[in-house]
Design a protein around this ligand. Structure first.
Ligand SMILES: Nc1ncnc2c1ncn2[C@@H]1O[C@H](COP(=O)(O)OP(=O)(O)OP(=O)(O)O)[C@@H](O)[C@H]1O
Ligand SMILES: [Mg+2]
Length: 461
């Protein structure tokens, strides 16, 4: 039950709405003009106001303004006619909760009221997250799952040397973010970070993009142009989508990595370089080697250190932290207070399969924040944002399998127990052979690199 105030100068609307909402169990009062409405607002203290935008004695927007000043918690639903579209937008900007069009449809009124009620409930239950949040920093990798913590450790070690790195992971898992963080914390942090997306440049131009060219090297080469390697200087060259590099250029890149020198296209002079290479790809590069589309020796040269970024589905426990991070980041960008989440939102997000990984989660949160009225994200906002996903069969949230939960749990337990299988089996309450077969089934392996492996790397640069 809620206290609802209806303000409209049309008697028929007042009567029918009052009857309808009272029957639903609400406590309803009404007013036929702005002045009377504001008086009732102060005395009656409604939680929900249904307010006509056109009133005889005052513009509805002004009434809205005063109500927001008096009590910003009340949810004001505006009633508008079609031709009031601009005013409606203005009203939403000023803090109206929702608007319903004339002629009134009682179902629509009921939906808006129920939605407001759910939000009021969350408002009451959740303390403002702004008070509890830690300041959001740009370019931070969020994650508390075992696999992400392993990656953080690796990054820490890599910042002390100049080793070539290969970052593998599905699209949107954060490969570029990781590369940037390595650079920003590395020995060469004050030097440039340069990106070359090997898939986005036309093949014939790629060589010149990478190594640069001399004037007249080819038609259109009207002046000498330094390539990305030169632009990177002593900094980092991030070779994104490295699997897309054509074979002939793979050979040239290998030559460069072996000798750390190169020639511009059409140039004679040998140029030395001291940049660090970080390569990324969203496929399994060893498979490409197998298929013969990627040179094996280049693969070995690149994968001195490999970081495999797990798909979001394999680190569901990171979702609440990522959501909190994005909510704060988005509100900071929009210049608003961070939104609150209805109970159940994290659960709904955790049951989705995230083919687009963290990037998709970020996009869904942006959309949900924009959809959210009254500063609360409801489960239905999440559902709506997720139904844009063509993979989603029925508009519902695709539950992900028990097997995924099992896999992550086994991995985490093994990890906490130092990959000791018999102790892990004990803790999990299963036999050792059962654990072994599950490890095989889920292809669980320890993290790619252990700190010990890095001691062989030569610090340089
Ligand atoms: N762990 C994380 N913490 C915070 N933000 C993240 C994290 N992982 C990814 N992101 C954000 O998600 C978005 C996608 O990340 P990024 O561009 O690094 O992915 P990618 O692996 O390079 O994807 P693609 O293969 O499609 O290029 C970025 O906005 C990035 O900041
Ligand atoms: Mg990327």
């Amino acid at each position: 039950m809620a206290k609802i105030l209806i303000i409209d100068d049309e008697n028929s609307i007042l009567e029918s709405l009052e009857m309808f909402l009272s029957e639903k169990g609400h406590w309803v009062e009404n007013a036929a003009c702005a002045e009377q409405g504001l008086r009732r607002f102060k005395n009656f203290r409604p939680e929900i106001v249904i307010l006509d935008i056109r009133l005889p004695d005052m513009n509805g927007l002004e009434v809205l303004d005063r109500m927001v000043d008096l009590c910003e918690l009340a949810k004001v639903i505006m009633i508008t006619a079609y031709q009031d579209m601009e005013t409606t937008i203005e009203a939403m900007k000023k803090g109206a909760f929702d608007y319903i069009r004339k002629p009134l449809d009682v179902d629509e009124v009921e939906k808006a009221v129920n939605r407001a009620l759910r939000i009021l409930e969350v408002d009451r239950e959740t303390p403002c997250s702004a008070a509890t949040c830690t300041a959001e920093k740009a370019g931070v990798i969020i994650g508390k799952s075992e696999r992400m913590i392993d990656i953080f450790k690796t990054i820490g070690l890599l910042c002390q040397n100049h080793a070539t790195i290969l970052i593998q992971g599905e699209t949107g898992t954060g490969k570029e973010l990781i590369a940037r963080v390595i650079h920003r914390n590395g020995l060469n942090q004050h030097e440039p970070f340069v990106v070359l997306d090997c898939s986005s440049v036309v093949e014939t131009l790629l060589e010149s993009e990478l190594f640069g060219h001399e004037k007249g090297a080819f038609t259109g080469a009207v002046a000498r142009k330094p390539g990305k390697i030169e632009q990177a200087g002593k900094g980092t060259l991030f070779l994104d989508e490295v699997a897309e590099l054509p074979l002939n250029l793979q050979g040239k890149l290998l030559g460069f990595l072996q000798r750390l020198e190169f020639n511009r296209v059409g140039g004679q002079a040998t140029i030395k370089s001291r940049c660090r290479i970080i390569a990324a790809c969203n496929c399994d590069l060893s498979e490409r080697v197998h298929k013969g589309t990627f040179k094996e020796d280049l693969y070995f040269r690149l994968r001195v250190v490999t970081i495999s970024v797990p798909p979001l589905l394999d680190r569901v426990s990171d979702i609440p932290h990522l959501v909190d991070h994005f909510v704060h980041k988005i509100s900071r960008d929009l210049g608003t207070e961070p939104v609150k989440l209805q109970t159940g939102v994290i659960d709904a997000l955790s049951r989705y399969h995230w083919p687009g990984n963290v990037r998709q989660l970020e996009n869904v949160m942006v959309e949900a924040v924009i959809q959210a009225r009254g500063n609360v994200i409801l489960v239905e906002d999440i559902r709506k944002a997720l139904t844009h996903d063509p993979d989603l069969p029925t508009g519902g949230i695709k539950a992900f399998s028990l097997e995924h939960v099992e896999k992550e749990h086994i991995y985490n337990t093994l990890h906490q127990l130092g990959w000791n299988r018999s102790r892990t089996a004990q803790v999990l309450g299963i036999s050792l052979p059962t654990l072994r077969s599950k490890i095989r089934k889920y292809e669980i392996t320890p993290p790619d690199i252990f700190p010990g492996n890095l001691s062989t790397l030569q610090p340089s640069g």
